[in-house]
Design a protein. Sequence first.
Length: 85
Amino acid sequence: MEITIGAVVQGGTSLGYKTGTWRDERPILDMEQCKACGVCVSVCPDSAVHVKGETYIIDYDYCKGCGLCGYECPADAISMVKEEK
Ligand code: SF4
Ligand code: SF4
């Protein structure tokens, strides 16, 4: 089989790249305000928001701090704060 440049030859490799090191801002999720709608899970480009029981958890190993979750959250439950390095 001929493989062209740019082809994906093996799936699942993104788990090895912890994009959390790119972050300048950190999303903080306030479960008191959260309405459990799941929008943040849907929009996160890094699949960094997880549901555990009735709680939403951000995996900071993979969250790159793009802010999409906070922008789209209909309940203003996610705020972005400057990342301390
Ligand atoms: S988008 Fe906002 S309200 Fe919806 S689950 Fe995420 S944090 Fe909660
Ligand atoms: S800031 Fe971006 S990468 Fe981080 S959890 Fe929100 S949507 Fe995902």
